[in-house]
Write a new protein. Structure first.
Length: 558
């Protein structure tokens, strides 16, 4: 599959017993990108590898060693990234009504966005989206939350190829045209609208190309919000049309206090952090580490997770028993609703658009339908003190840690039923499980645990349809008595990172050998009571929140 999890047909995959040249098996991925080896002559360790294709770069290792088990299907996934095509050099377009032939061009990451109903969200902080017109008469739609009395500057820029953009601004009904612009600077085919909103609402923007050409021409799109001071309006509002926009300084959010959890969207590279003492969600640019905004949410926000397919951010508020849904681009609160007592962590299955919230006070899990953002079920976790949660997309299984009974429960994501026979009790008795994460590259579950409520070890389990098989226990640093032990897997590099709160350190586990490869200490990275941790596997960056440092730090994912 590619790095957006889309299957790649026609790829050649080989398999042979480890260390041997024969027997050699070969398969070609089908139209959905799947392959299967059946009738293998022996069980044991097999080496699988792909034949890389021109123009593609492996994201996961191109070769795996896997352990086969009698009667079990072992899942292996190869992920590859296509090289970015070289943009057509900019040239002065010559207006002509003739439609030129379409060049082969993949859609941009925001497709499908061809209608108002398919509009993708865009930030109003000037964050740039990179679009293209990949087919003739391609329309690109975006949407943003507007507020009465605020100026919005919408601009296309960095045009490359035979392109002449036009901007159409519509009201929330998608039919009322509020403003239009073709060329706002003489001799330049870029477009700009400067509009002062007369009411609150979700505004929509359509970008099209004057001649309808689809020659893989590219452009950047941005929306900049002005200040929100109170204004008095006359019946007719006159708005200036400057030759170039005058940026308005971005509002500075207050400093976060006691950051709790963190997650990142690997497509937009935005980082989201819950701040317990501020009752807020913070958005951070994962590339510049600049704060982009602060969103008030419920009481004592705890866990946070983002669905990269919908760009919605889900925040569990421990004290108020709610989940807040936030637009990852505009940072507008889309909804909030009760889910149950003491919600802790959140996990998302982007394939099914289901969101799962661990409920410490109810000893269970709330299931949210991401299409409607409503709670559709509550499922018992098979124990007491439900705390951590992780999703296995391959099997559509959800794993939860039950701190009070020292167990890991497994939920079937298709039926929303607890699979009681697959409950695992940690060994030795008295081992308390905390956070857990699933490594998509190796199909292993990693669970931070420790005796006497002090996590200082990690259990490794092989996750199959039959359940969790314990592989080994790994000693890591001490997490402290207040629930350290944040854990995250980087599937692209096959490393697992564990925060050790009491030691101000991070343990780095090699996912091949399942041993601690290195330990990061303060001051190598500025760590002060590190807790939540997340990884952007496309940037290969790891983000850590410091509870007493009241900040977020990042470092390479190795």
């Amino acid at each position: 599959m590619d790095d957006l999890h889309i299957g790649l047909p026609g790829w050649v995959i080989h398999a042979r017993p480890q260390g041997q040249q024969s027997p050699l098996y070969t398969q070609v991925t089908d139209g959905s990108g799947y392959f299967i080896f059946t009738g293998l002559e022996q069980c044991g360790v097999w080496t699988l590898w792909e034949e890389t294709q021109s123009g593609w770069t492996p994201v996961t290792p191109p070769e795996f060693d896997v352990q086969t088990v009698p009667g079990e299907c072992v899942y292996v996934r190869f992920k590859n990234r296509q090289a970015t095509p070289t943009p057509t050099p900019p040239r002065t377009p010559t207006p002509t009504p003739t439609v030129t032939p379409t060049l082969p061009c993949p859609p941009d990451p925001y497709e499908v966005d061809d209608t108002c109903g398919q509009a993708s969200p865009i930030s109003v902080n000037g964050w740039v989206q990179h679009h293209n017109f990949h087919v003739p008469n391609d329309d690109d739609w975006v949407r943003f939350q507007a507020y009465a009395g605020v100026d919005y500057t919408i601009t296309t820029s960095n045009l490359a190829g035979p392109i002449d953009t036009r901007l159409w601004l519509y009201d929330s009904d998608c039919t009322t045209l509020l403003d239009f612009n073709d060329d706002y600077v003489m001799g330049n085919y870029a477009s700009q609208i400067v509009y002062t909103a007369t009411h609150n609402g979700m505004f929509h923007v359509k970008v099209d190309e004057y001649f309808g050409r689809g020659e893989c021409a590219t452009y950047d799109l941005s929306v900049v919000e002005g200040s929100r001071e109170h204004r008095v309006y006359l019946p007719i509002v006159l708005k200036p049309r400057p030759w170039s926009p005058t940026p308005t300084p971005t509002r500075q959010p207050e400093a976060m206090r006691h950051p709790k959890d963190v997650d990142v969207n690997p497509r937009t590279h935005r980082v989201y952090v819950t701040s317990r003492d501020n009752d807020s969600l913070y958005a951070i640019d994962g590339q510049t580490m600049a704060q982009l905004g602060q969103v008030p949410v419920g009481a004592e926000p705890f866990g946070v997770a983002v669905n990269f397919n919908t760009n919605k951010v889900y925040v569990a508020c421990f004290a108020s028993g709610e989940v807040y849904v936030v637009d990852g681009a505009s940072l507008a609160v889309l909804d909030h609703f009760p889910v149950g007592s003491e919600p802790t962590y959140v996990a998302v299955n982007p394939d099914t658009n289901r969101i799962y919230v661990a409920l410490h006070g109810l000893n269970g899990v709330a299931v949210i339908d991401g299409a409607t953002d409503t709670v559709i079920d509550h499922v018992g976790s098979g124990g007491a003190g439900t705390f951590g949660i992780a999703v296995n997309r391959h099997l559509n299984r959800i794993y939860v840690s039950n701190r009070d009974v020292n167990s890991i429960g497994t939920i079937d994501g298709a039926t929303n039923n607890l699979i009681s026979s697959q409950t695992v009790h940690l060994d030795p008795p008295g081992s308390v499980p905390y956070m857990l994460d699933y490594n998509e590259s190796t199909y292993k579950l990693y669970v931070a645990y420790g005796p006497h409520n002090i996590p200082n070890k990690v259990w490794v389990y092989m996750a199959t349809a039959s359940g969790l098989t314990p592989l080994k226990s790994i000693d890591v640093g001490h997490g402290g008595s207040h629930g350290g032990g944040g854990i995250v897997a980087n599937p692209s590099r096959n490393h697992i990172f564990v925060t050790n709160s009491a030691e101000n350190s991070i343990s780095v586990i090699d996912g091949v050998t399942d041993t601690v490869a290195s330990t990061i200490y303060h001051p190598a990275v500025y760590l002060q009571d590190p807790f939540g941790i997340a990884v952007d596997h496309t940037l290969n960056m790891v983000y850590v929140v410091n509870r007493t440092g009241n900040n977020v730090v990042r470092f390479p994912g190795f």
